[in-house]
Design a protein. Structure first.
Length: 433
């Protein structure tokens, strides 16, 4: 070993980020193994490398004893004191070894160890580096596509974009650069494997953090995100500072901030809404761009009935139910949407006012929950209507019919004094009315 070797290690440390002390330690261990393998020695051996010159020193370690039983591991007190009079029983003596051809063996071993250690150290450095960056955005260049999986060049390593993490319909051309969310780093036999995503909701969050300084400063916070990658995203934000408009901060001057994010996502639509502590207001905001007339909530069940204008029902629901679905994910509430006319029919069918419906929903408990709002209302009213025309019966006429039925039953009672069959008839007549 010589000064050139030391300089080479310094270059490796600088370029690869591998601490040369790690290589020295590994090289010393490898030289010990090589010596025992090539010289068949059962001795305890120690190797020292000079960190400045690269010179190698080999020592046999022996314990000082009164009577030697194993000459490879032990040395008598007399012989030890011939080397140094200060040795006592139990001390360890270092005896320098100079085996033939050990320099050639050391050179071969050094080459193998350095190469392997550089690979291992690089893998460890990359693993630690990217593990610390999980859930952050990185930029990668498309290197190749294999079995629909996309591999990105990150510089020091490559990242894998699996099919399930891709945006449907997005094209990944070789050499194109993309913003990616680092979701996981795995250890494999071939080194660390970096898994990235283009469809994860947190990609939206990180992109907004990059474009909106108010979010980084903590003035504006993202409450929740609902995303259908490649199509549409809803994001709820709020401000901790009354003087800061969270919506304006995220949109930017002439929409430049949100446009920069949309460009990164290849024109995926983004709806930014204001988070409100009042759940009725939050649900109404979440259904944007549709207007909301009223919201009835079952707080215990986290369910809501939303009323929208007739002409905006399709807008509120969205194409294939997307707007309503994203609003439900954003608020974490189950949302049922009705137009104003549908709601009026709904109230008439169940003989309820808006106030009664609101009270009914507020008092609803989880254990009383049925399959739908309609079944709940039927239980409360305890009425089974066989025909919609029954709803139009005047209350006065109802009383008269019931009186006539009672008179008929009294006449029947005088002819047939059996009580149980008459009671069944009475129940049936009352049920029909």
């Amino acid at each position: 070993m010589n000064q050139d070797f030391i300089q080479a290690l310094e270059e490796i440390e600088k370029d690869k980020g591998v601490d040369k002390e790690i290589i020295f330690d590994a090289l010393e261990s490898a030289l010990i193994s090589s010596y025992k393998k090539n010289f068949g020695s059962a001795q305890n051996v120690e190797v020292e490398m000079d960190r400045e010159t690269g010179d190698i020193s080999l020592y046999a370690l022996k314990e000082v004893v009164e009577e030697v039983e194993d000459k490879n591991l032990e040395i008598s007190l007399d012989n030890a004191r011939k080397l140094n009079v200060s040795y006592n029983l139990g001390d360890t003596v270092r005896i320098k070894l100079e085996p033939e051809n050990f320099g050639r063996i050391a050179a071969q071993t050094a080459k193998q160890v350095v190469i392997q250690r550089i690979k291992d150290a690089e893998r460890d450095v990359i693993f630690e580096d990217y593990t610390d960056r999980e859930n952050e955005i990185i930029t990668g260049e498309v290197r190749r596509v294999s079995n629909r999986n996309v591999f990105f060049d990150l510089g020091r390593t490559e990242a894998l974009l699996p099919v399930q993490e891709q945006i449907m319909g997005e094209h990944y051309g070789q050499g194109e650069r993309f913003k990616l969310l680092l979701v996981e780093v795995k250890r494999t036999t071939k080194g660390p494997q970096v898994i990235v995503s283009r469809s994860h909701p947190n990609l939206i969050k990180r992109l907004f953090e990059m474009e909106v300084p108010e979010i980084v400063e903590g003035l504006v916070e993202i409450y929740s995100i609902a995303r259908e990658a490649g199509s549409r995203t809803k994001i709820a934000v709020f401000s901790k500072d009354p003087s800061v408009d969270p919506l304006g901060a995220c949109v930017g001057f002439k929409g430049n901030r949100v446009k920069a994010i949309v460009d990164q996502l290849h024109d995926e639509k983004i709806d930014i809404v204001i988070y409100e502590k009042n759940i009725e207001d939050f649900i109404a905001n979440a259904l944007s761009p549709s207007k909301v007339v009223d919201v009835f909530i079952k707080e215990n069940l986290k369910e809501a009935l939303v009323i929208v204008p007739d002409y905006q029902l399709s807008l509120a629901i969205g194409k294939e139910g997307q707007n309503a679905r994203l609003a439900a994910k954003l608020t974490n509430w189950k949302i049922d949407i009705k137009s104003e006319s549908q709601f009026e029919e709904y109230l008439q069918e169940n003989n309820l006012t808006e106030d009664e419906l609101r009270e009914l929903f507020q008092n609803q408990k989880p254990e009383d929950e049925e399959d739908s709002f309609d079944e709940d209302l039927e239980e409360v009213n305890q009425i089974d209507f066989e025909d919609e025309d029954d709803l139009e019966i005047d209350s006065v006429q109802e009383d008269q019919d019931m009186e006539e039925d009672l008179e008929e039953e009294e006449g029947a009672d005088s002819l047939e004094p059996e009580e149980e069959p008459l009671q069944e008839e009475e129940d049936q007549d009352l049920g029909e009315n």
